[in-house]
Each structure stands twice: as structure tokens, then as C-alpha cells.
Design a protein around this ligand. Structure first.
Ligand code: GDP
Length: 319
């Protein structure tokens, strides 16, 4: 990848997309086309076609499509599925028709079956029923993987797929309803601290386990596989190896935020998958490792949350 090659990050405004743009800039890539402010509607085939015709990207990373935490997936399964299906079909198809040199499609660890042997390896994809709380979103992601594989087989396109662990970080969705567990708990626990609430409600039993990856590390892994990985028929897991229970995660966030109240688990709320841990042997064998410790990443994410809050002027900051 030459430093001046035109590169398009589809979904540059998302958590992972914005981390990718930061990482590309910091690694000296100068020709980033279709910045988030262009406001390209990926659900419109005509708009995507028009964009590719004019911008002619040579490398594409697909980090677009609506996503959210467990509650968003339960409340808006159709919205999530449609948005992901439409946007990925348009971008992958345009990438094929306009002769993109290489494309990296980002799927999700929820594409794995609910009862998947752990750590999850790519051979287990499509081997069993999905977790019901996110089956619509996961099915769209599986379709995206299959479309990339099919384009490669039928047309010889170099379209590869990455499956990230649960990503979190700067530019995350910190709302209690929409966010994934880490940003949602940062928002909830910070608010409890500011409002001197005696306790915070944590959904579920606290026992499910998740592998987390800081979005900036994930972006680094994406650029690594874009350079080093060419097996179009075998997706590659993009994980950090940092696995925690939800209870442990909440406890660490409480320490980072400096909240002294109690964490109360509400077992009536859904747990989702009991465990999501990725087999990252292929990635680590190729020589990639995450750089940021979970605590450093949580601290950076909390700083980003405080910054965002200050910008929105929703409330005074108490650190
Ligand atoms: P998932 O990894 O796809 O299941 O999605 P999430 O990132 O939303 O993580 C969900 C896990 O965190 C489930 O076990 C939830 O019960 C638990 N959890 C606890 N509190 C919260 C919260 O405030 N928000 C979210 N999204 N999940 C929470």
C-alpha cells in the first residue's frame, strides 16, 4: 500500500471507522477519500456508485452499518439488519465493479453460533444457531462475509474479512440504551458518581465473558491484515486476548471513574452470549499484538467520554 494510494473507510464516523482514519493518518497515508463529513448515504446504490466513480478508491475498509449493544439489537433488529445488508451490498459491489485492489470487510464476533466452542475459530462460523438477541444483525454480517468470498471465487477479487472482538474507545456510543457494555457503563457509572447515586444497575448476572479490544488497536490490526493477509476464503479473527467477565469489567470501570457506590446486578436483564472469546492464533502467528492494556484503554475511553460531555455541554465535569 503506497502512502498516497486512495483509501476509503466506509463508516468513517463509527467507533472503528474513526479509529481507522486516525491510524491511517498517523501511519502517513495521505489520500483518504470520502471523509465522514461527505455524508455519503451507503443505503443508496446510486450514491455509492457515484462516489466510487469519482473517488476511485484502490483500498477499501468496510466499517459501516448500524450497530449497537444488546438492547439496540433487541429493539431494532430489522433496522440493523437492513442498514447493514444494504450498505455492505452497495460498497462491496461497487468495489468489485470499479476494480478496487483490496477490500477488508469487518464482520462481528456475534456472527459465531451461540454455543460455539471457545475460543471461537473461523471453522465454527455457520455451524449452529445464532444468539437470539442479535441474530438479525449477525445474519447480515454473515451475508457480508459470504459476498466477499463469492466475489473472490467468481471474479478473483482480493476481498478479505476480519472478525473483531468487542471494540470500545474514543467516539464510542456512551448512551445507556444504545451503547455496548463498556461505553454504556462508563456513562452510567460517571453519572452515578456526579449525582451521588448509592448504586448503579448492571444488566444481567455479570458472569458472561467478553474479549475486548481498544478501537485504536483494532485499527492497527486492520491495517496489518490489509498489508499481510490474502486468504479471501478464510476470515481472520481480530482480537487482543483481553477477556473479562461483565462483573470484572464493571469493577474496572468503577475504579477508572472513581465511583464509590455499589454495583447491583439485575438478572432479569438478558446476558446474551455466555462467552465470546476469539481464537487469534493466525493473527499472532503473523506477528501482530495489541499494544494497549485494558486499563490504559479504559482510561483513554473515559477521557474521551469526558471530552465529549464537555463539548455537548450537557453537564459540568467532575473528575
Ligand atoms: P454483546 O457483547 O453483543 O452481548 O453486547 P454488549 O456489548 O451490549 O454486552 C452485553 C453484555 O453486557 C451482556 O451480558 C449484558 O447483560 C451486559 N451489560 C451489563 N450492563 C450493561 C449495560 O449497561 N449496557 C450493555 N449494553 N450491556 C450491559
Amino acid at each position: 500500500m503506497e502512502r498516497d494510494a486512495p483509501i476509503y473507510v466506509a463508516g468513517g464516523q463509527t467507533l472503528i471507522g474513526s479509529a481507522l482514519l486516525r491510524q491511517l493518518k498517523s501511519q502517513g497515508f495521505t489520500n483518504l477519500v470520502g471523509t465522514p463529513s461527505d455524508d455519503l448515504n451507503l443505503c443508496s446504490a446510486a450514491a455509492v456508485d457515484n462516489f466510487f466513480r469519482n473517488a476511485r478508491p484502490r483500498f477499501v475498509i468496510f466499517a459501516a452499518g448500524k450497530s449497537g449493544g444488546i438492547q439496540t439489537n433487541r429493539s431494532f433488529p430489522a433496522d440493523l439488519m437492513l442498514d447493514n445488508l444494504l450498505s455492505q451490498c452497495h460498497v462491496i459491489d461497487a468495489a468489485h465493479r470499479y476494480g478496487v485492489t483490496k477490500l477488508l470487510y469487518l464482520a462481528s464476533s456475534c456472527s459465531y453460533p451461540k454455543q460455539c466452542p471457545q475460543p471461537m475459530c473461523v471453522e465454527s462460523l455457520m455451524s449452529g444457531p445464532l444468539e437470539p438477541t442479535n441474530d438479525a444483525y449477525a445474519t447480515a454480517k454473515l451475508a457480508g462475509i459470504t459476498l466477499c468470498q463469492a466475489d473472490a471465487r467468481q471474479h478473483g477479487d482480493n476481498f478479505i474479512c476480519g472478525i473483531p472482538a468487542n471494540a470500545f474507545g474514543i467516539d464510542d456510543d456512551f448512551t445507556p440504551e444504545g451503547g455496548h457494555v463498556i461505553p454504556a457503563l462508563i456513562g452510567k457509572i460517571h453519572r452515578a458518581k456526579v449525582e451521588s447515586q448509592p448504586s448503579v444497575e448492571i444488566w444481567g448476572t455479570g458472569t458472561p465473558r467478553r474479549e475486548f479490544i481498544f478501537a485504536d488497536d483494532l485499527a492497527d490490526a486492520c491495517l496489518f491484515v490489509l498489508r499481510e493477509y490474502d486468504d479471501t476464503q478464510t476470515p481472520i479473527n481480530l482480537g487482543s486476548g483481553a477477556e473479562l467477565s461483565i462483573g470484572e469489567t464493571a469493577e474496572r470501570i468503577r475504579n477508572v471513574v472513581g465511583y464509590r457506590g455499589e454495583l447491583v446486578f439485575d438478572a432479569n436483564k438478558p446476558d446474551g452470549m455466555p462467552l465470546k472469546s476469539l481464537d487469534t492464533t493466525p493473527l499472532t502467528r503473523m506477528g501482530w499484538r495489541a499494544r494497549t492494556s485494558i486499563i490504559a484503554a479504559l482510561n483513554e475511553t473515559y477521557d474521551a467520554y469526558l471530552h465529549q460531555e464537555r463539548k455537548l455541554q450537557r453537564e459540568p465535569i467532575h473528575v
